[in-house]
Design a protein around this ligand. Structure first.
Ligand SMILES: [Zn+2]
Length: 177
């Protein structure tokens, strides 16, 4: 009955995109147009932060207000002290420790999950190490991916793919929806 399992899995299949965030590295030479948003959320995302990442409520809320100022809305922000904090549920952005796909050259990464048929985002995971939890702009950048934004390599832009060349420029990121 392998086919039945296949059909079952296909119903729940989702697109997955992974963005990694290196400190520095090769960068494309040109910037064309404006930032690109790959997908929108199906719901207003809640945020759950695993305490073992070293990200505290103050730091998380700062990243949330960064995006709220651009017109994005979030649900609750909670800190999860449980030792099994690693699975993201429907409708939430989970901030958690890196899994085995994480390369040590990265300071953070974000994986978003969207529906195959509509491409609406249903959940997201932000991977971050405690040593980088307080680094400036990192959480803001990753929340940007969680909201559906791709990289935009304009110098000093928040969505620059390279941390060293990034900044707090938010041009083109306002919520139009
Ligand atoms: Zn990135």
């Amino acid at each position: 009955m392998w086919w039945a399992l296949f059909v079952f899995l296909a119903c729940f299949a989702k697109n997955e995109y992974l963005y990694s965030y290196p400190i520095s590295g090769p960068v494309e030479a040109f910037v064309v147009g404006t930032p690109h948003k790959k997908a929108d959320w199906e719901t207003r995302p809640d945020i759950r932060v695993c305490a073992d990442t070293g990200v505290d409520a103050f730091r998380m809320n700062r990243a949330v207000s960064f995006w709220e100022k651009l017109g994005y809305k979030f649900g609750s922000v909670i800190i999860d002290n449980s030792t099994t904090c690693m699975k993201a549920y429907y409708g939430e952005i989970l901030v958690t420790l890196p899994d085995s796909s994480f390369k040590t050259s990265q300071i953070a990464a974000t994986r978003i999950y969207s529906r195959i048929n509509t491409d609406k985002i249903v959940k997201a995971k932000i991977f971050i190490m405690p040593k980088d939890a307080r680094k400036s702009r990192v959480l803001e950048h990753e929340v940007g991916h969680a909201l559906g934004w791709s990289h935009f390599n304009k110098k000093f832009h928040i969505m620059h793919s390279n941390w060293m060349l990034g900044g707090v420029d938010t041009r083109g990121l306002e919520n139009s929806g």
